[in-house]
Ligand binder design. Structure first.
Ligand code: ASP
Length: 328
């Protein structure tokens, strides 16, 4: 065989193998457990959504979905890891608003949320609650704000790092009450909640997926929900607007991402498993108990998710730049 013919036949063999592989991917995928990476600590709000979703999706995928916590750096370590993972359909990321705020918050970010991932679909939207240690000396939201303003040099506000939903909520709170507080970052709000329960920190704004149980058990003091309407599972809590701060609203949307280049067959299979999993009665009950709203099935798609991500990046960029909150 001359050199030219040898190259042609090598190319032909490679093309046949590649075609064979993609057909195998489409027909058999997944043939082993799938990993769902969570950017925050185990036991926190993102982790709770991920673990419930993983259990529901495992049923339809016919393979385990294993939750892996890669916590740290305000939720930016996990996307950095998934952006570089093999795009083979076996590694996915679940993340929230943090995906849209990191580009403005971090001067150096090793990934681009818009170009380094395939979007898979939206999952749930979760309201946040403004809570304090159980012995906080304020009976309602107004008193809490007055106390915080008066004692601002002694107050601290916990969060899950720069770019976490708790950090964004804290920024909005401080801007709404025109008062800066000392912030204390943790690897997730599971840890921040432990510090609040131990009275090592004073205040926390966190998602109902993490706070509902503690609020109902009266282990923390709750002052308001950050949604436009009251949360049915916490009917006694006023909205921030009812409590006098209409500009202080935040909802936490979650989506699933795959590394860029993940085969379409795998994404399609995952979208179907996400849409079916979201109807799973256990998942539906758990999310409703925790005050989370499941996205409609037609937004559990790559296109709807990509559109929301883009609009959120466009929304948060100017707010963050104006607030001057940056990390290196
Ligand atoms: N999602 C939470 C936050 O952004 C952190 C966590 O899940 O632990 O504050």
């Amino acid at each position: 065989m001359n050199l030219k013919r040898r190259i042609y036949s090598a190319v032909a063999v490679a093309a046949t193998l590649a075609l064979g592989c993609s057909i195998a991917t489409a027909q058999n995928y997944p043939t082993k457990p799938v990993s769902l990476v969570v950017p925050f600590a185990a036991g926190g709000p993102t982790d709770i959504v991920a673990r419930n979703l993983a259990a529901a999706m495992s049923k339809t995928l016919g393979q385990s979905v294993i939750v892996e916590n890669k916590a740290g750096a305000g939720g930016t370590l996990a996307p950095a890891y998934v952006a570089k993972a093999a795009p083979d359909g076996y590694t996915f990321l679940i993340h929230h608003n943090g995906m849209s705020t990191a580009p403005a918050l971090y001067r150096k970010l090793s990934y681009n949320p818009l170009t380094d991932f395939e979007t898979v679909g939206l999952v749930v939207d979760v309201p946040m609650t403004m809570i304090a240690r159980s012995d906080f000396p304020a009976a309602d939201f107004k008193e809490m704000v007055a106390y915080v303003k008066k004692n601002k040099d002694k107050m601290n506000l916990a969060n899950a790092g720069l770019g976490a939903a708790s950090h964004l909520c804290g920024l909005l709170f401080m801007s709404a009450i025109e008062t800066d507080l000392t912030t204390v970052p943790f690897k997730g709000t599971a840890d921040a909640m432990n510090a609040l329960l131990g009275k090592q920190v004073d205040l926390l704004c966190d998602q109902t997926t993490n706070t509902t149980g503690q609020i109902k058990a009266n282990s923390v003091k709750a002052y308001a929900v950050t949604s436009s309407a009251r949360v049915p599972t916490l009917p006694g809590l006023p909205t921030t607007a009812e409590a006098g701060l209409p500009g202080f609203q935040v909802g936490v949307w979650h989506g699933i991402y795959a590394p860029k280049g993940t085969p379409k067959a795998a994404i399609d299979r995952l979208v179907a498993a996400l849409q079916a999993g979201a109807k799973d009665p256990d998942f539906v009950r758990r999310m409703s108990d925790l005050g989370a709203s499941i996205y409609p099935a037609d937004t559990m798609t790559p296109a709807a998710h990509a559109a929301l991500l883009k609009s959120e990046i466009d929304k948060w960029g100017p707010i963050i730049r104006k607030a001057g909150a940056y990390a290196d």
